[in-house]
Ligand binder design. Structure first.
Ligand SMILES: NC(=O)C1=CN([C@@H]2O[C@H](COP(=O)(O)OP(=O)(O)OC[C@H]3O[C@@H](n4cnc5c(N)ncnc54)[C@H](O)[C@@H]3O)[C@@H](O)[C@H]2O)[C@@H](O)CC1
Ligand SMILES: [K+]
Length: 508
């Protein structure tokens, strides 16, 4: 396990730091170490000699900020301090006294502080307990309105450490230096606009203390390159053959949405899956064959609206001859019998897009209850709400944990911070993505990629949620690389499929 993987709540962070202090590490020493690391980072980012305003809170977040103030002062920056509180924690107060003794200008009144281009936000960290009100809220709005670069210590002040919700008002940070371990709130979608660029400041928390508090298998983990690459079906065994690399069946497309079938097929191709079969309405079979000559295209009888009416699988190749089935992209809602058929099968199944809307109409929980084998649901927020109308998704971690527990499925909730939970509540969060992916078709690509990876994983017995997490990571890394090379406007779903292979070369 690497530090970047862990995700903690404020209570867990409190417990972990409590163990460090109980073991003898003085609080002041840890504060000095942490603030020293932050000062080193700031010295690289903020040009020498510039004016830096330090916003100081009443607790140890403020203490961190005061140590940073002292250090930047000695390194030649023009530092001033804004500290509007009457009661400070003991250690924070000592640092405040010392900063004043050094002649660093300190202000208690907001309208007295001089202008400057860089602010350090040390108002609140993981000790924020309640909504921020009156003169503190006014100060936060005041500094946000400056539209200057703000560097937040641990968390942007005002964000709930666990849910990422704004407690009244919050600092809009340019960069956030998260201390020691990623706080859960920083991985929640609603916090994104306040966090800016987030980075972890590792201050050598012993793994033993983390394990003691989080347990052997931490409930919530952040997907990292290390965890994702480790789950890829690489390297291949030299004696493999096409049937040992999984056989994926995609059931997708309609006369109206032929493109969805093609994009899903291209996503599956990029996964390296050994055998790929794609069931589509007969009328678009030639189209699929032309885009995916290596795939076995199954032309299906279709309804008068051009949707698949049933699967003409010759008796010998019935559904259970496939390692995985992925169903839904471009299906339209006229293929209910197909969705029922695959749900009743005993084949590991991914349901996406229209298959999810059909599942919602059939009754999510009651329909899935019968399934004994792996099911993966990949809704975006709208589909999630239709599937689980009474689960709130403001805290997306809790939302996927609840949905997974209720259905017995692995649930992936798409978004800027995609969250994945297995039925036992073990959660993966994909913490890097790009708005470039918020386009029609990119979800189809993910479904195909995920299906192909799951089909190959069936052989290695990799936990399902780890494979789903790897698919989400790979998909977003391809989007990030494509956006870097083509801008965020240049990542259409087809282009995305081309970058899936390219990005992997950077990581393997
Ligand atoms: N625990 C430790 O000793 C260490 C903590 N560190 C820093 O200390 C922070 C945690 O420090 P604290 O636990 O003192 O808490 P914070 O500094 O995050 O919160 C400050 C204080 O603000 C008060 N407060 C909370 N909500 C408020 C509100 N809405 N309006 C007004 N006042 C409010 C609380 O009484 C709290 O004590 C971390 O985020 C990190 O920056 C690091 O220096 C590492 C060492
Ligand atoms: K802060």
């Amino acid at each position: 396990m690497i530090k970047e993987q862990f995700v903690v709540t404020s209570a867990q962070m409190r417990d972990i730091e409590g163990r460090i202090f109980a073991a003898g590490m003085p609080v002041a020493a840890l504060m000095e170490k942490v603030a020293g690391l932050i000062s080193d980072r700031l010295q690289v980012i903020i040009p020498k000699g510039r004016c830096v305003g330090i916003l100081v809170g009443p607790g140890h977040n403020g203490g961190d900020a005061l140590v940073v103030a002292r250090e930047l002062h000695f390194r030649g920056y023009q530092v001033w301090i804004y500290q509007p509180f009457s009661k400070l924690k003991e250690l924070t107060n000592q640092h405040f006294q010392y900063a004043q003794s050094l002649g660093i200008p300190c202000f208690q009144e907001i309208d007295k502080v001089p202008n400057c281009d860089f602010l350090i936000d040390g108002l609140f960290g993981f000790g924020l307990e309640r909504e921020i009100t009156d003169y503190i809220a006014a100060a936060i709005n005041y500094f946000n309105a400056w539209n200057k670069q703000i560097f937040s210590i641990d968390l942007p002040s005002g964000l709930h450490t666990d849910t990422g919700e704004v407690l009244g008002v919050a600092i809009r940070a340019t960069q956030t230096f998260c201390l020691g371990l990623w706080k859960q709130g920083l991985l929640q979608e609603q916090a994104l606009e306040y966090i800016g660029q987030a980075e972890l400041i590792d201050f050598d928390i012993p793994l033993a203390d983390i394990d003691a508090v989080l347990g052997e298998v931490p409930k919530i983990q952040r997907i990292t390159q290390t965890t994702a690459i480790g789950t890829l079906p690489l390297p291949r065994s030299p004696i493999t053959h096409k049937y040992k690399s999984g056989h994926l069946l995609l059931i997708c497309g309609s006369r109206r949405y032929a493109g969805g079938a093609i994009l899903t097929g291209l996503g599956a191709r990029a996964s390296g899956v050994g055998m790929l079969s794609i069931a589509v309405p007969e009328s678009i079979k030639p189209l699929l064959v032309s885009h995916l000559p290596e795939a076995l295209i199954i032309g299906c009888p279709e309804t008068e609206t051009g949707a698949i009416s049933h699967l003409p699988l010759p008796e010998k190749t019935h559904l259970s001859s496939f390692s995985v089935i992925a169903c839904g992209p471009g299906l339209t809602q006229d293929s209910t019998p197909i969705v029922q058929q695959v749900i009743e099968s005993d084949v590991p199944l991914i349901l996406d897009a229209d298959a999810l809307n059909i599942l919602a109409q059939l009754g999510t929980i009651s329909t899935l209850k019968k399934r004994q084998t792996t099911t993966v649901l990949t809704p975006h927020t709208g589909e999630f709400h239709r599937l689980f109308p009474d689960i709130s998704y403001t805290n997306r971690v809790k939302a996927v944990q609840t949905a997974a527990a209720q259905t017995g499925a692995v649930v992936l909730l798409k978004g800027a911070r995609t969250a994945i939970s297995n039925p036992e509540g073990v959660v993966w969060i994909n913490s890097e993505s790009t708005p470039a992916l918020a386009r029609g078709g990119s979800g189809d690509v993910l479904t195909g990629l995920m299906g192909g990876l799951l089909a190959q994983a069936a052989i290695k017995q990799t936990p399902i949620e780890d494979v789903v997490a790897t698919a989400a990571w790979w998909h977003s890394q391809a989007g990030i690389l494509a956006a870097a090379e083509r801008t965020e406007l240049g990542v259409d779903a087809f282009t995305l499929t081309q970058y899936l292979m390219k990005v992997l070369l950077d990581f393997t």
